[in-house]
Design a protein around this ligand. Sequence first.
Ligand code: 5GP
Ligand code: ZN
Length: 114
Amino acid sequence: MSTDCLFCKIVAGDIPSDKVYEDEHVLAFRDIAPQAPVHILVIPKAHVATAAHVTGENADLVAACFAAIPQIAKAEGLDSGFRVITNCGEDGGQTVFHLHFHLLGGRSLGANLL
Ligand code: 5GP
Ligand code: ZN
C-alpha cells in the first residue's frame, strides 16, 4: 500500500467506492466521472503505479484484472461489447498513479479512442 495513493485508500476502505467486483487480488468500482453508461475501474489491490511498472514479477496482477473483466462485463450486461483502456504516465493522460483499467460500455463507442 502506498499511503498517499487514492486507489490504495479505496482498496483499504478509507475512501468509499461503488464496488462492483472484488476478489483476492482485484477490486472494481464505478468511476466517479463516468464517460459512458458503464464506466468501471478495474485495479489490482496491490500498488503498481502505471502500466510501465508491469514486470514479470507482478504481471499476474494484470492477468487477474483481465480474468475479472469478462465477469464484470457480463454482470453489467455488456453482451454486445465493451472497451478496456489504460492510460500510462503524463502523456498517456494518467491522473491517478495506481494501475487501473477503464471498462467502458453500455453504448456504441465507435472506432475512435473514446
Ligand atoms: P486516469 O485519468 O488516471 O486514467 O483515470 C483516473 C480515473 O479515476 C478518472 O476516470 C477519474 O474520474 C477517476 N477517479 C478519480 N478520483 C476518483 C474517486 O475518488 N473515486 C472514483 N470512483 N473514481 C475516481
Ligand atoms: Zn496505490
